[in-house]
Ligand binder design. Sequence first.
Ligand code: HEM
Length: 357
Amino acid sequence: MLPPPIRYTADLEQLRDDEADTDASLEKSFDHILETTAEDYGHAVRAVHAKAHGLFEGTFRVHDGLAPELAQGLFAHAGSYAASVRISTNPGDILDDNVVLPRGLALKVDGVDGPLLAGTEGAVQDFLFVNAPVFATARADQFAGKLKLLAATTDRAPGAKVALSTVLGFINTALGKVGLESGALEGMGGAKQVHPLGETYYSTVPFRFGDHVAKFRLRPISPDLTALTGTVVDTKGQPDGLRAAIREASAGLTGEWAFEVQLARDTEAQPVEDASVEWKEEDTPFQQVATLTVDAQDSWSAEKVARIDETLHFSPWNGLEAHRPLGGINRARHRAYKHSSNFRVAANGCPVAGHDA
Ligand code: HEM
């Protein structure tokens, strides 16, 4: 028998004295990255996760008949919502796909009902994921320290290699944490260039889940996606090889992902303030509450590039109060995402939806 889920209370979060300093340090590093890349490309891009590889329009379907502990917030009632998806890799530079990097998946669910977090623009709920179950650092001040080193190496093409080794350090840390350092890593500390559509994506950090607290996961379930799990994309000589591989697969697939929640049941084993601790599935399993579906489509159409890559802004702070981001890493994301988005609006001179969030 599993212990019952803990109840959400504001005092699950423990603020640190240095959080304003951390925010300022992050902002300084991001400014350096944003200004360098904008000058380099003649166009402002995201401070991290700058390169998109696949863009999708789909449907997010909340299941009917969920158990009371799962029927919370957006998931309180069955429903079907329009959704937008952006698949990325994590550096702030636009790099050659010959290099293997951690992946991100950002999901925006449109037309949600209920009280929104202050600053959310539109009735949306964003969910952001990466393809590892834990974050690279426990706390935001540690992340700010690593980012400072990375920002210092952000430069025109020759500098990219230096930036990479720092980014690869992040991969090794994240994979090492879950015991994948041997076997899964190849050559100079890189991982395999696996197909992004076959990967499982994790929120890595916790969120309020109505009366409870949860981490989220997006797991491929349709045969068209699971067939891609673990397959290696040959990106040699193809700087945008991931984009090409996703586009080729997307032209004929039905993509279905299980949206799953993992409820906190023990504040020691499932901490809110330490993003480097994996919440073990044997202690608290992931449970499916919704399905994300995408039909066959052009994952790099000019229309989607203009709408999703250029004008949408994804942030964990765009959403329902019932899914408030929790913990120090999430608190540090509040100002950082808004700052990066505002920079794009100012530099590119066009509106970014949700940029106030
Ligand atoms: C202190 C920790 C973090 C900071 C400071 C940070 C900062 C940022 C910033 C500034 C952006 C660009 C936003 C924009 O310009 O629109 C971004 C994007 C992103 N971040 Fe984070 N992040 C942090 C942690 C995380 C975590 C824990 C995840 C895990 C799920 C994550 C996943 C993503 C993804 C997927 C994107 C791309 C969003 C898109 O496609 O537009 N980040 N992050």
